[in-house]
Design a protein around this ligand. Structure first.
Ligand SMILES: [Zn+2]
Ligand SMILES: [Zn+2]
Length: 343
């Protein structure tokens, strides 16, 4: 089969012809129908500090966000059949630690990641641990199925902030932020204010339905948000930029009693006056890593099957696996939001 591989630290991806894998007793083999490119893949391609320290063994078939059709089922697998459509949860839980036992597998103590610690899905076929192969409705397109993983992170952050009838700010309009905008609108937020420093990205937020867009490099963000919320600030913030300055600024426009969900990973420590910004304010801060397994998946599947979760504008490019160099280039330059490969 064709597979996009990272062979050596210093080289990019290569399209190779490799043996079609065989599923172990607790795995399924899927025919990959759509696979999305993620920022994490770019880190692996560039072999940055994070990639060097994440226990990746090369050579590796890259890619972790995908959707496909089950073509072979391991001996011990139950609940999955040939022809089922599945989307892949990338968090592979150990099943034995405290969190795994109390329903918090997504933050397992011995978490492994599909496509990072195992071969991934930028290929015609992929083996997936059965626990991570989530059967989804055939009503959902393969391309939407391929983005459950990143979308689920945004969706859960918005769920956590209970946004119905509330004013929400989403910081950062990368695909995670854009998915958060779509999720907040779907869940009934009254105002969804999108912030970024890139006008083309903000335009996508507008296309999704963001009620206000703010270019934070050009506008007085705090005043603009305060004046659209009667001076109080927003009820909730979904932070998707990972930008230290933006994260700190968020506390200035979060209202008293507000909720702040953090997804973006800052490259360095942030400085925060806990007294005035969190304690006296009665603010709640949530760290969001991955999706609840599998309550987020259940709600997200319903949302996508309803046709009311508007994520189409986020998937800006679809292409064959052979065009990977172009896809990576578009993503690196920020021209593409989500690139989906069709193997
Ligand atoms: Zn990803
Ligand atoms: Zn565990």
């Amino acid at each position: 089969m064709k597979a996009l591989m990272k062979m050596l630290p210093a080289s990019g991806l290569e399209l190779r012809e490799v043996e079609k894998p065989v599923p172990a007793r607790d795995e399924v083999l899927i025919k990959v129908k759509a696979a999305a490119l993620c920022g994490t893949d770019l880190h692996i391609i560039d072999w940055n500090m994070w990639a060097q320290n994440s226990g990746i063994k090369l050579p590796l078939i890259a890619g972790h966000e995908c959707c496909g059709e089950v073509v072979e089922v391991g001996k011990e697998v139950t609940g999955l059949e040939i022809n089922d459509h599945v989307s892949v949860e990338t968090h592979i839980p150990c099943g034995k630690c405290l969190q795994c036992k109390i329903g918090e597998q997504h933050i397992c103590n011995d978490l492994k990641m599909f496509g990072i610690n195992t071969n991934g899905c930028f290929a015609e076929y992929a083996v997936v641990p059965a626990v991570c192969a989530v059967k989804i409705s055939k009503k959902i397109s393969f391309e939407f199925g391929s983005v459950f993983e990143p979308l689920g992170t945004s969706f859960r952050a918005v769920q956590k902030c209970e946004v119905a009838g509330k004013n929400v700010a989403v910081i950062g309009c990368g695909s995670i932020g854009l998915f958060a905008v779509a999720s907040a609108l779907y869940m009934g937020a009254s105002q969804v204010i999108s912030l970024d420093i890139s006008s083309p990205r903000l335009e996508i937020a507008k296309k999704i339905g963001a009620t206000t867009i703010i270019n934070s490099a050009e506008e007085d963000t705090v005043n603009k948000i305060k004046s659209s919320t009667n001076g109080y600030g927003v009820d909730a913030i979904i932070e998707c930029s990972g930008n230290v300055g933006a994260i700190e600024q968020g506390f200035k426009f979060l209202r008293k009693g507000g909720k702040y969900a953090l997804i973006g990973l800052p490259g360095k420590n942030i400085s925060l006056d806990l007294g005035s910004e969190v304690i006296f304010k009665g603010a709640s801060i949530f760290g969001i890593h991955g999706r609840k397994m599998f309550s987020t998946w259940y709600a997200l599947e319903n949302a996508l099957a309803s046709g009311r979760l508007n994520i189409s504008p986020v998937i800006t490019h679809k292409m064959a696996l052979e065009d990977f160099e172009n896809g990576i280039e578009l993503a690196k330059k920020g021209i593409a939001s989500k690139v989906v490969f069709i193997p």
